[in-house]
Design a protein around this ligand. Structure first.
Ligand code: NAD
Ligand code: AKB
Length: 328
């Protein structure tokens, strides 16, 4: 906000799981006329300003940034971990090229603040898997994780070399009822709720005891906005901040769902995504985020389950025989 007037903000990857919810939150906070949503694909049922941008196309990105006089960019466009392993070189190419375009276009065109979503995927076998500290050694095992680790360092580089106010969070797996996940290793933890509410059996692609860090969408969005609102001098970490939400395994989420839907059926059939998950932390330590800008999560597993089931029951109510509130 400058002189009481909201600045123009660009969101890349705005059609995605996080991007679609973040865009609506930004519209609510700053006004629809100040938010420019963008993605590779046209947006469906979107109310607001939308531009088709392939973030790997620097001139296209620069033209939009100039024409709207963009002052902040939330760069969410990326290929995620599981899809990323199907074509690792393309994942590196897309994720790195898009991010370097965002940084360079920002530097050249007076963009003041940039958000980069990193991930627990930056950690690999050398980091402690329990309470992984912010400054643990990074040896990611996926192309996606390598692009996020390199991306964090590029963000820090543009901050130290050019003073660009780059801020970043390492999100755990994000769970929300508002949107569908886009090809990650933690996607099971969203799909499982949809299956439970639709009374369909769930085939889990991770082993039952694989504990991973997770965060509820509302916490993830609030963390993003709180980080971006914090005074510049409070941001001591310019690579990326760990943020913890909660941690659980597939069997724990199943138990939590069965408290509400006792008939829920699950079969375990792990695939290549189990190998990715096995090298990620089980829980991350986020003291720097709470110390520097006051981060505190609000959702644990039982609260996530309660809200997911309630909201998805509402969503599917028309299609379900038992009607709202009586799904299980
Ligand atoms: P998603 O896959 O749901 O959405 C990504 C969006 O980016 C898609 O709409 C896709 O069309 C778009 N996109 C891909 N390539 C593009 C390009 N070249 N130009 C423009 N748009 C392009 O992902 P998400 O879950 O919304 O994640 C958003 C960001 O947050 C990503 O950077 C991701 O790495 C990060 N993140 C997500 C999670 C999570 O659990 N969702 C966890 C950690 C980090
Ligand atoms: C993925 O599984 O790829 C994402 C992430 C944790 O970065 N959800």
């Amino acid at each position: 906000m400058k002189n009481g007037r909201a600045e123009k903000i660009l969101v890349t990857g705005a059609n995605g799981q996080l991007g679609s919810v973040l865009t609506r939150s930004l519209q609510g906070k700053y006004g629809k006329e100040h938010i420019i949503a963008s993605d590779l694909r046209p947006a469906e049922h979107f109310d607001g300003i939308f531009e088709l941008i392939d973030a790997t196309d620097g001139p296209n990105l620069e033209e939009v940034v100039r024409s709207y006089g963009i002052k902040q960019i939330y760069h969410l466009a990326a290929i995620l971990s599981a899809n990323g392993e199907k074509d690792p070189l393309r994942t590196w190419e897309v994720n790195m090229k898009a991010w370097l375009n965002v940084l360079e276009v920002s530097r050249r065109n007076g963009v003041e603040k940039v958000f980069f979503p990193s991930s627990i995927a930056v950690f690999g076998e050398s980091a402690p898997r329990i309470d992984t500290p912010n400054n643990a050694y990074l040896d990611p095992a996926t192309s996606y994780g390598m692009s996020k680790a390199a991306g964090e360092n590029w963000g820090q580089y543009y901050f130290t070399q050019y003073g660009l106010d780059v801020r970043s969070l390492r999100y755990p797996g994000v769970i929300g009822y508002q949107s569908s996940p886009g090809g990650g290793t933690t996607d099971y933890a969203v799909e499982i709720y949809h299956k439970a509410v639709r009374k369909e059996p769930f085939r889990c692609f991770l082993d039952r005891n694989t504990v991973l860090p997770m965060i509820f969408m509302d916490d993830a969005i609030r963390a993003t906005l709180e980080l971006m609102d914090a005074p510049r001098e409070n941001i001591k970490i310019r690579t990326s901040y760990n943020i913890a939400g909660t941690s659980f395994s597939p069997s724990e989420v199943v138990a939590s769902i069965r408290e509400v839907c006792p008939e829920f059926e699950v079969r375990y059939a792990s695939d290549y995504r189990q190998d990715i998950a096995a090298k990620w932390p089980m829980g991350i330590e986020d003291t720097p985020a709470s110390r520097d800008w006051g981060w505190k999560p609000e959702y644990d597993l039982s609260k996530i389950t309660r809200v997911m089931i309630q909201k998805l029951e509402d969503k599917y109510a028309d299609a379900l025989l038992s009607g709202p509130g009586r799904i299980c």
